[in-house]
Design a protein around this ligand. Structure first.
Ligand code: MG
Length: 203
C-alpha cells in the first residue's frame, strides 16, 4: 500500500507557511514504513530539529481505480479517519529553497501515525467535518473540511489521473493552520467531532 498526502489544501495553512494557493492539488507520497498504528509512541528522529505536527483527515481507499471521475470518486473510499503528517520543517525548507523533492522531510519512518477509522456512512456531509489536534490537552489545530480548497472527491479523481489507487491506500487530505513543533513528552490527541481517534506520546 501507499500513502498519498495532499499539500496546501487549506488556505489558512498555505498562508501561514507563505505558500501561494494552488490552482491544482499538490500531492506527495509516503511509504508504508511511515505508518504508526495502535497509538504507539512517535520517536523524534535525530536528523531534524523541527518536527512539525500536521493533523489531517485521512481517507481509507478500498478499490482499485485509475482515471476516476469526480462523480464516482466517493465509491473508492469506505472509511474516514484522522492522522498526523509529521514533517521535518527544517529539512523541508531546505528542499524548497533548492527546488528539491520533499521526501527526506515527509516520507521518513513513522511519519504517519493514523487512528481509528469510522465508516463513511457515519458522516452526513463530507464538507462539514470538524477535526482537531490537542497537545497536552490544549487545542493547537482546528479544522473543518468545508475549508478545503479541493474536496475529497476532487482529490481522489485528480490523484488517480497520475497514480493508480489500490485497496488499502491512504489519502491524507491536507492540514489546517496551526502547525508547529513537537517535543519529547508531548501527548497528541486527534479528534473527529468529539471522538478521540488517535492518542499517543512523543518519545
Ligand atoms: Mg500535510
Amino acid at each position: 500500500m501507499k500513502i498519498i498526502a495532499i499539500g496546501r489544501n487549506y488556505a489558512d495553512h498555505a498562508k501561514e507557511l507563505n505558500n501561494p494557493l494552488p490552482s491544482a492539488p499538490v500531492f506527495f507520497m509516503k511509504p508504508d514504513t511511515a505508518i504508526v498504528k495502535n497509538n504507539k509512541p512517535f520517536f523524534l528522529p535525530d536528523f531534524s530539529e523541527d518536527i512539525h505536527h500536521e493533523v489531517e483527515i485521512v481517507l481509507h481507499l478500498n478499490r482499485v481505480g485509475k482515471n476516476i471521475s469526480e462523480q464516482f470518486a466517493h465509491r473508492y473510499y469506505t472509511e474516514i479517519g484522522i492522522g498526523i503528517d509529521f514533517t521535518a520543517r527544517d529539512l523541508q525548507n531546505k528542499c524548497k529553497d533548492k527546488g528539491l523533492p520533499w521526501e527526506i522531510a515527509k516520507a521518513f519512518d513513522n511519519s504517519a501515525p493514523i487512528g481509528k477509522f469510522l465508516p463513511k456512512e457515519q458522516f452526513s456531509d463530507f464538507n462539514n467535518i470538524n477535526f482537531r489536534l490537542d497537545i497536552n490537552g490544549i487545542a493547537v489545530q482546528k479544522g473543518n473540511t468545508r475549508d478545503m480548497i479541493f474536496s475529497f472527491d476532487k482529490l481522489v479523481s485528480y490523484v488517480s489521473r497520475y497514480v493508480t489507487l489500490k485497496m488499502g491506500d491512504l489519502l491524507f487530505t491536507g492540514t489546517p493552520a496551526g502547525v508547529g513543533p513537537v517535543k519529547i513528552g508531548d501527548r497528541l490527541q486527534a479528534y473527529i467531532e468529539d471522538e478521540c481517534l488517535l492518542d499517543f506520546y512523543v518519545r
